[in-house]
Design a protein around this ligand. Sequence first.
Ligand code: AMP
Ligand code: GLY
Length: 424
Amino acid sequence: MRVLVVGSGGREHALCWKIAQSPLLSALWCAPGNPGIAEVARCVPIGAEDVAGLVAFAREQAVDLVVPGPEAPLTLGLADACRAAGIACCGPSAAAARLEGSKAFAKEVASAAGAPTAAWARFSDAEAARAYLLQKGAPIVVKADGLAAGKGVVVAATLEEALAAVTDIMDRRIHGRAGESVVIEECLLGEEVSFFALCDGTTALPLAAAQDHKRVGEGDRGPNTGGMGAYSPAPAFTPALAEATMERIIRPCLAEMARRGTPFTGILFAGLMLTAEGPKLIEFNVRFGDPECQALMLRLDSDLLPLLHAAATGQLAGQSVAWKPLHAMVVVMAARGYPGPVTPGSEIRGIEAAARHALVFHAGTRRDEAGVLRAAGGRVLHLAATGETLREARDAVYRAVDALDWPEGFCRRDIGWRVLGAAG
Ligand code: AMP
Ligand code: GLY
């Protein structure tokens, strides 16, 4: 099979690393890829959002399967364009990608499907939003309705914070057009997990759950990020909770999408809160999580490629997935300053030494003319390891962190603390 992976982050590196192990693979490209991905796939300089360029390349190279990593090309219609060109694509149509692109749309689908989710209301008028906040009180959650790079959500502990969020999002438009409307939600309490299911439009195959660490600081403090580390499995997410999630959330929402004439194909990522009343949906994403994907790929025993192809071609019924009896942990190394502005270009040394302890997935790196590896983004490297226990995985991954020679980078030292305790 000839495969094109789209994207340039740690998630795409992990997908390429796993797909490269498939005996069914005959050629693997990644657009645009990164220096780490270049070790397992051929990188082609086409932007992840250049839908026409990607489809033209896939045609030229007789690609059998396109695997989009991030959501942006999906919301721009990459899967539609692939299908129109007769190329299988393991991702949703632009219409189905609205599950991630519009929080209000996801809420409508969940409500219509009867899936448990936080009570919510949507406002395109800031005064009406403020009046609703005054009526509901805190804690409460305010979200920019559109895509805001994961930064459009304010979990407000006080009414003042909630009102300020409405001003920032709707009046000051700090997230641009994503703030034309806001969704205001009941604040759910519990442990948060990321759950992934592979979908072919009608059938959903449960994959696995992971726990992310969204705040930049240890002890889950400080601003939200794209994710600072993850582990899988998530012990809080028992098999019974997984089955409840499939029964009450994933299958009904998949059926609702099909009923609307916008069947969902690809990876459905349910952000869940494990509340006292059971799992409740926080949000959907239409792709693997980053860095959750890296943890899942390390645990996955089955060949990923035929599963992705079956999802893309409506043939998931009857398929199964096998997992290694291991725990996996990913720690994100970010450039100092992240999630705020960072200074790019610092040299990264010690990759080989780190690789003796863990897999090193590249997220934001580049090689300069002399071949020196340099930081080129906020999240720069994702170090990932497995162990028979989560503690073993953790010890291996932090040995890799310590072997790395990159003073301009930092990581959280407490990934896994909910399971292992703050002191480990
Ligand atoms: P989202 O971008 O929707 O994933 O939201 C970012 C983060 O905000 C989530 O990962 C949760 O930690 C938190 N969050 C979102 N919605 C709620 C909610 N209704 N109750 C509590 N926390 C929430
Ligand atoms: N790590 C969370 C996400 O990919 O959205």
